[in-house]
Design a protein around this ligand. Structure first.
Ligand SMILES: *Cc1c(COP(=O)(O)O)cnc(C)c1O
Length: 367
């Protein structure tokens, strides 16, 4: 049996950086600052500059970034938030944490990102909607030009969920600087990941930035003066900010390698039962490489027998999750529901070797 090919490997990713990261962590230990200190300020500046956004505010994780971003964009209890249902409940969780209602929008059958035509229908139908969340799923930028045009025409603000799309760029605009606000996760497996939890909100709107800065720390303006409702404790700590500052300079080369792997797959996999995503440019940073097939279980078994791991992102759409007690039983999202049955994630991470990629391609073509 040949070596197992994993879907992702943090061990391979971090091993060459172990000394550099340990040294950076030791500097934080010695510094006496552990939460919202100079490393956070430095990383926030560097990441805002990288994204081309005016402001970056570090928070505790990507779901908090979504929630605090929604609140800062004016979402109040009882409002609606338009959101896709084909990730793992992230946008829906954040929306419900604000006391708002998710209003589900179907997605494009090729990209899995928001279908602008369905967004137009949903916004015309429901005037409670204040914000639309555009998730750059699998690392591919959503159709932001169309989404912004449709949202702006109705006074709806646009929040980008960039948790899978650090560094993706189209027409000179990078993920995190295209909408009214954007959320990032730095969970270890993301394209830019810390060695623990972390997240950020980016925005070009100084009022939104100020509000997120207050909300991440109890709603304080200065110490012990609570001016904003909906505040909480959601801070980025110094060790994670120091890790991220070390890793950010490598993000572009990692994304280039991810994209090269994705393109090798899309050119090499030639099996009529497996639909591959389009060969990609800079607007796709290949967080996940996802094919579609009507015979998913059989393909998974075939790959597993060849020592190749695969995964499903994501098997249960948000409106079908058991936590809602049937509240969305009437909701129909044909493309989302079909993709939940047909998507399959193949191994894709910067340290994957060409010989491994070729083994996966060969195995797919033999299926
Ligand atoms: C990972 C992820 C999140 C959540 O980030 P956490 O840091 O785990 O809270 C949100 N949205 C998307 C699309 C993600 O992939």
């Amino acid at each position: 049996m040949k070596d197992m090919i994993p879907v992702n490997s943090l061990a391979r990713h971090i091993a060459p950086l172990q000394q550099q990261l340990s040294a950076a962590a030791a500097r934080v230990v010695a510094s006496g600052h552990y939460v919202l200190g100079p490393h956070v300020v430095e990383f926030e500046r560097a990441f805002a500059r990288y994204c081309g956004a005016r402001e970056c505010i570090g928070v505790a994780n990507g779901t908090d970034a979504l929630e605090l971003g929604l609140r800062a964009l004016g979402v109040e209890p009882g409002d609606g938030v338009a959101v896709a249902a084909n990730a793992a409940m992230y946008g829906t969780t954040a929306t419900q944490a604000c006391g708002a209602q998710p209003v589900f929008v179907d997605v494009d059958a090729t990209t899995g990102t928001l279908d602008p035509a369905d967004l137009e229908r949903v916004l015309a139908d429901d005037d409670r909607i204040r914000v639309v969340i555009a998730t750059h799923l699998y690392g591919r930028l959503a159709d932001m030009a169309a989404i912004k045009r449709i949202a702006e025409a109705r006074g709806v603000r646009v929040m980008e969920d960039c948790a899978q799309a650090h560094g993706a760029v189209r027409d000179g605009e990078r993920a995190g600087a295209i909408g009214d606000a954007a959320s990032f996760s730095f969970y270890p497996t993301k394209n830019l990941g810390a060695l623990g939890d972390g997240g950020a909100v980016t925005t070009n709107d100084p009022a939104v930035a100020d509000r997120v800065r207050r909300l991440r720390q109890y709603g304080w303006e200065g110490k012990y003066n609570n001016v904003d409702r909906g505040g909480r404790n959601s801070r980025l700590d110094e060790i994670q900010a120091a890790m991220l500052a070390e890793l950010l300079p490598r993000l572009d080369e990692w994304n280039v390698r991810r994209r090269a792997i994705a393109n090798r797959y899309s050119e090499g996999i030639k099996n009529p039962t497996i639909a591959v995503p389009p060969v990609a440019g800079d607007d796709y940073v290949a967080h996940l490489y996802v094919v579609q097939t009507e015979t998913r279980d059989a393909l998974r078994d075939h790959l597993a027998a060849a020592g190749i791991q695969s995964d499903v992102h994501y098997p249960t759409p948000d409106h079908r999750q058991p936590c809602h007690d049937g509240a969305f039983a009437e909701v129909r999202l044909p493309v989302t529901e079909h993709m939940a049955r047909s998507v399959l994630t193949l191994p894709c991470f910067p340290e994957l070797e060409d010989a491994e990629v070729d083994r996966v391609i060969e195995s797919c073509n033999q299926f």
